[in-house]
Design a protein around this ligand. Structure first.
Ligand code: S3P
Length: 451
């Protein structure tokens, strides 16, 4: 597990134009859900393109502990599920490592069962707020024991029969929406989730694919109302996981800021709840060509050709945040190379990610000579298109706080900065993008482990 290993500092240096073609590994959100829903559904689920990052593997182990059988056969993962309503009591604590999605969705899935489930995680996950999941579970009848401030470790014991709930999600969070829906799968009657701001919709799409009686209605104000009939039958599916746009973001920004670059990223998920970064970069003047748009397994997918571009600062409105919530750290790096000022608004949720990403990004940018201002829920970055003065000539390392995306973002910054950029740890990159180093090297990027 990465959090048990020693930190591995890494350094990125100014690189010549990147070139070549890569296929980004599977989407993390869809990979988690493939194992969770496959582990619950009756019969066999066959998954290709699963992201084999630590976070997803932890979800697989948890589903095995809850009664699913999971094996790998060639490049396919084969999951034999328990059937809806038939999860087994786990014998020991479920350890999710660094993974917010795995832990929170599993709390929803198992928390409505009349047995005890203990959820633990690493130092980063143990600092993150779980009350947002525990509150609706309490209302469904689950008994909850948790560390101070509703943090991990969390021990859940569901009631004999969970009460279906009507729940308005109080923050923009696909994890909260999903956890309530998953708890609703085991409750008699209708669970209704009201979502004032649209967040990634993989849970809704995939549950319908597995046979759940789920409907989505959007009212005139843009509010989404999701209704799920509990205790229905779920049946195993074949799932082809598209490439993760949140991972594609790193080579994409790298190609934009390193002069002379021209790369192609194939098979990227283009679900409109996930494409906010592409839209923002295009507004900044990025040359991103969307090639061969198609539908794979019910999701929009395309190949992206990205060429280095002269970027301009823009204002990124708050309402776009849910569609690019994991991409702000690397957008901030792109902004550091843009002409003018970029203002990012509505970032309150960044404070409760794998780290407080708003302050981690601001601190890292300042350490590497970029001009930025951290607000309560905003980030303002003034760019240096030629990278002059950026990086840290003394080799001082960005503090990553066990956050994979902070580590990758600053390594990308180093590829176009005058001086090298170092990070204090790169082991966490394996949680979401184990192929990061090999893929970036293949494109011609100079990123190395530091002694
Ligand atoms: C995710 C939802 C988002 C995102 C996370 C994955 C998901 O979290 O940041 O990486 O798969 O549902 P929030 O629900 O906390 O916004």
């Amino acid at each position: 597990m990465p959090h048990d290993t020693l930190p591995q500092p890494a350094v990125a240096r100014r690189s010549a134009g990147l070139s070549g073609s890569i296929r980004i590994p599977g989407d993390k959100s869809i990979s988690h859900r493939s194992l969770l829903f496959g582990g619950l559904a009756a019969g066999e689920t066959r998954i290709t393109g699963l992201l084999e990052g630590e976070d997803v593997l932890n979800t697989g182990r948890a589903m095995q502990a809850l009664g699913a059988a999971i094996r790998k056969d060639g490049d396919q993962w084969i999951v034999s599920g328990t059937g809806n309503g038939a999860l087994l009591a786990p014998e020991g604590p479920l350890d999710f490592g660094n993974a917010g999605t795995g832990s929170r969705l599993t709390m929803g899935l198992a928390g409505s069962y009349d047995f005890e489930t203990t959820i633990i995680g690493d130092a980063s996950l143990s600092k993150r707020p779980m009350g947002r999941i525990l509150d609706p579970l309490r209302r469904m009848g689950t008994q909850v024991r948790a560390a101070d401030g509703d943090r991990l470790p969390v021990i859940l014991h569901g009631p004999r029969a969970a009460s279906p709930l009507t729940y308005r999600v109080p923050m923009a969070s696909a994890q909260v929406k999903s956890a309530v829906l998953l708890a609703g799968l085991n409750a008699p009657g209708m669970t209704t989730v009201i979502e004032p701001v649209v967040t990634r919709d993989h849970t809704e799409r995939m549950l319908v694919g597995f046979g759940a009686a789920l409907s989505v209605e959007t009212d005139t104000a843009g509010m989404r109302i999701i209704r799920l009939q509990g205790q229905g039958k779920l049946t195993g599916q074949a799932i082809d996981v598209p490439g993760d746009p949140s991972s594609a973001a790193f080579p994409m920004v790298a190609a934009l800021i390193v002069p002379g670059s021209d790369i192609t990223i194939s098979n990227t998920l283009m679900n409109p709840t996930r494409t906010g970064l592409i839209l923002t970069l295009q507004e900044m003047g990025a040359d991103i060509e969307i090639l061969g748009p198609r539908v794979t397994g019910g999701e929009d997918v395309a190949d992206l050709r990205v060429r280095s571009s002269a970027l301009r600062g823009v204002t990124v409105p708050a309402e776009r945040a849910p569609s690019m919530i994991d991409e702000y750290p690397v957008l901030a790096v792109a902004a550091a190379f843009a002409e003018g000022t970029t203002i990012m608004q509505g970032l309150e949720e960044l404070r409760v990610k794998e780290s407080d990403r708003l302050s981690a990004v601001a601190e890292g940018l300042k350490l590497n000579g970029a001009d930025c201002i951290e607000g309560k829920d905003t980030l303002t970055v003034r760019g240096r298109p030629d990278g002059k003065g950026l990086g840290n000539a003394k080799g001082h390392e960005v503090r990553t706080h066990l956050d994979h995306r902070i580590a990758m973002s600053f390594l990308i910054m180093g590829l176009a900065s005058e001086h090298a950029v170092s990070v204090d740890d790169s082991t966490m990159i394996a949680t979401s993008f184990p192929e990061f180093f090999a893929m970036m090297a293949r494109l011609g990027a100079t990123i190395e482990a530091k002694d």
